[in-house]
Design a protein around this ligand. Structure first.
Ligand code: GLC
Length: 439
């Protein structure tokens, strides 16, 4: 990156994580997971390690007709799936509905009424309104489960804040909303986190899957843990003696243990979020925040007169104007090409920029996305080292992983440096995943 001036490099230095710090994050994550799994220590743990009650992964032989609901980001999806005991014979139709902003932050009942409405529309469209089809509910927020069909929302994340849902069983709320309508019937088989959904959909195709990872609007992971390691487990100890743990790793650092890598941009993003002090790890990584982190760094460079001749624009100075998808678009062009970057700067009403400015914008985007990838690598390496399988597959989904041009390669390289000798892994993109998100 010789084209970047020393002054810019100096200012951006804090966005670069040394190998030593990344290793430290990996080890802290491991301590925190041990805390979360311990019966006595769990209440103080920030990584909650919720047992999901999913004990067995699919083997590809499953059959039948199922409905799935998927809520967890800016979109809500309804799916109808027919499994015929083999990938080639399976069938799936789905529809994406938007979740309007006023519903994301309005009364909880209205959120569930909206979900029930979309489900009913979908069932009528596919002529299954008179059938009672088993349904899987992917609800991608931190839930304390008390069985496969009971999930109590602990706290909202990712910009949701509907009233009267925290502390409640979301399956019950869904059932009640459907009963209020009275035009369709459902039979909820399970409530799942999107990480678990991703792990299961990939395990259907690949029996070596052990970890589910999401890097989308939010970030989180789940993995298969042995029951004797799960101090909080209150179920039976029958075979298979394992359970999928929904880590909720987005909350890692909420006790301040990651302050040593915090930058002024992280503090700013947190201060201006609707959940201050919460989801610290998530805010350094996921799509909901990544664009803003880059935007903040760019605004600082502009204020110091180091880019755009010190002249931004009103639009550029607005919070949230630098979208996460810009990072993918800018890094997606060949080194030296600047057409995408120019289009974005035009969109931001910036005038008179130079090719050098474009190189600097790209530099900042790369630093932010590389840091995010490194943090995910620290987390995944920690899990792979815990699982200790000679070869394990990580099922991955989410808009950042899916659309960022370098994320997959950055992760493959980064994890390899952090796992114990003798271990190997693959990252597998979930095709029909949990939550298809738009870029
Ligand atoms: C947030 C949610 C978590 C979800 C993740 C990815 O971190 O709390 O449940 O898995 O986003 O969507």
């Amino acid at each position: 990156m010789s084209a970047v001036t020393d002054k810019i490099k100096e200012i951006c230095q804090e966005l670069i994580l040394s190998d030593e710090k990344i290793t430290q994050v990996r080890d802290l994550m491991n301590q925190e997971i041990n805390k979360g799994l311990g019966r006595e220590t769990n209440p103080q743990a920030k990584i909650k390690c919720f047992p999901t009650y999913v004990r067995q992964l699919p083997n590809g032989k499953e059959m039948g007709k199922f409905l799935a609901l998927d809520l967890g980001g800016t979109n809500f999806r309804v799916l109808l799936i027919e499994l015929a005991g083999g990938i080639a014979h399976s069938n799936m139709v789905s529809k994406i509905f938007a979740v309007p902003n006023d519903i994301m932050v309005g009364p909880g009942e209205e959120l569930f009424d909206h979900i029930a409405h979309c489900l009913s529309v979908f069932m009528h469209e596919h002529g299954v309104q008179n059938e009672k089809i088993p349904l899987g509910f992917t609800f991608s927020f931190p839930c304390r489960q008390e069985g496969l069909t009971k999930g109590v929302l602990v706290t909202w994340t990712k910009g949701f804040s509907c009233s009267n849902v925290e502390g409640k069983d979301v399956v019950k709320m869904l059932n009640e909303a459907i009963r209020r309508r009275g035009d369709v019937e459902i039979d909820v088989l399970a409530v799942l986190n999107d990480t678990t959904g991703t792990l299961m959909s990939c395990a259907y195709k690949n029996p070596e899957c052990r970890i589910g990872l999401i890097i989308g609007t939010g970030t989180n992971a789940c993995y298969v843990e042995k029951l004797d390691k799960v101090g909080t487990w209150d179920g039976d100890f029958n075979e298979p003696q394992q359970v999928v743990i929904n880590l909720e790793w987005g909350a890692f650092g909420d006790d301040g243990c990651l302050d040593f890598i915090f930058t002024e941009y992280d503090r700013d993003v947190d201060k201006n979020s609707i959940n201050v002090g919460k989801q610290v790890f998530e805010k350094m990584i996921s799509g909901m925040y990544m664009g803003e982190l880059a935007g903040l760094a760019l605004r600082r460079l502009c204020r110091e007169g180091l880019i755009f001749n010190g002249k931004g624009s009103e639009r550029f100075n607005e919070r949230g104007s630098f979208h996460t998808k810009y990072i993918s678009e800018i890094e997606g062009e060949k080194n030296g090409e600047v057409a995408n970057c120019q289009a974005i700067l035009d969109e931001l009403d910036i005038t008179g920029y130079t090719d050098e400015d474009c190189r600097h914008v790209r530099y900042v985007c790369e630093l932010v996305s590389r840091r995010a990838a490194s943090l995910v690598c620290a987390g995944l390496a920690c899990l792979l080292n815990r699982i200790k399988e000679k070869h394990a597959v990580v099922a991955v989904d989410g808009s950042v992983y899916r659309y960022h041009p370098a994320f997959h390669n950055l992760m493959t390289a980064g994890i390899s440096k952090l796992i114990d000798p003798g271990l190997a892994f693959d990252l597998m993109l979930s095709e029909d995943g949990s939550g298809r998100e738009l870029p």
